[in-house]
Ligand binder design. Structure first.
Ligand SMILES: [Zn+2]
Length: 70
């Protein structure tokens, strides 16, 4: 999956991939599928990109397909 080249939605500037640093420390930021408050084990790491022009930050799931409803 190509995630290294993204352009800013606002000014079309090429965005730079950056690290997401969670407050608690420990590595990657995760997103999880919400389903009646029960953990289903479906998580994806998140890639972050910042526009060096306007400062817009975009978060992109590494594996978005796992959240697709069957
Ligand atoms: Zn921008």
């Amino acid at each position: 999956m190509e995630t290294n080249n993204r352009n800013c939605l606002r000014c079309q500037e090429e965005m730079t991939r950056v690290s997401v640093i969670p407050g608690g420390g420990g590595g990657v930021l995760l997103i999880e599928k919400m389903k009646s408050g029960f953990f289903k084990g479906k998580t994806s790491s998140v890639n972050a990109f910042v526009c060096t022009q306007c400062g817009y930050v975009e978060l992109v799931a590494e594996n978005p397909a796992i959240f697709k409803e069957k």
